[in-house]
Design a protein around this ligand. Sequence first.
Ligand code: BT5
Length: 305
Amino acid sequence: MNAGAAILEVLFQSPDQFVPAAELHRRVPHAQRELAALRQLGYDIENHPHLGYRLRATPDRLTADDLRARLRTPIIGREIVVFDETGSTNDIVARLARDGAREGLVVFAESQTRGRGRHGRVWVSPRGKGLWFSVLLRPSFPATRITIAAAVAVARAVGHDARIKWPNDVMLAGQKLAGILTESRAGAAVLGIGINVNCDRTELPDVATSLLVATGQRHDRLALAAAVLTQLDAEYRRAAADFGRVTDDWARRSTTLGRQLVVRLGARRIEGHAQALDGDGALLLRLDNGQIARLLGAELVEERP
Ligand code: BT5
């Protein structure tokens, strides 16, 4: 960890409190120079002659140092890269996966020019207003579990009674707050997540909401990013060891289970009762003729009570 990240780590560990100067300088060599660099980036760091240093405010700007300083995760986020602008973070991670990058790499972008959803649909990614990022995973379990685990992690990190709509949406007040796109590339799984944080109503499609729109308040994107990565790390490990607990959490937050669904499967439409998720994360749909359809990556057309 470099000195800038090390200073932030020390300051984040004492929220709203002073860290004695002697302690900061003992824990971080060349702290003086790095403090100046952090202030340049917009960190408001108070320096009291007797009490020491205190972090008063952080800038609304994604940096690897800041995110690394907030994380204690063994896997997810052990390497972080931030782009100001890119086509799609999923494509960047796919390329790095081909080059042999390690599991847990996370790539963020402040804006995407070709953010995408499933089946080539567009994912709107206004600059600086959300979290648009992708995670490189090399799972030892069926990759189909990843979207399920990620939805639980995002919903838990977001709070505000966020719900999960099968297969890949996180909803707030009935509208889409976040979307998940898991792709298999170069023998790895690329998990892409988009979360609308401080987007205005006018920046989003009609079906969408943001934390700002739903709660009336701006949210700290970096704190949320760290919370999501922390939850993802935990859910990813649970998906390997105890996927039943992940699906239990998913079921508690699901708007889909127990309902009558109309689903598009290729050119076909089928209708049935959403019963449960299986051990691969597939949705089990009981059709009117009593048969069970096992759905992975199908398209939800309609949910009926
Ligand atoms: C998804 O697809 O919901 C997956 C979205 C994944 C986005 C992330 S961002 C980081 C990474 N890099 C990428 O390029 N992608 C991933 P799908 O279920 O197909 O939903 C797409 C539909 O959601 C669109 O057709 C719109 O109706 C709607 N939509 C587009 N932008 C949105 C937004 N910002 N918020 C909510 N809904 C949106």
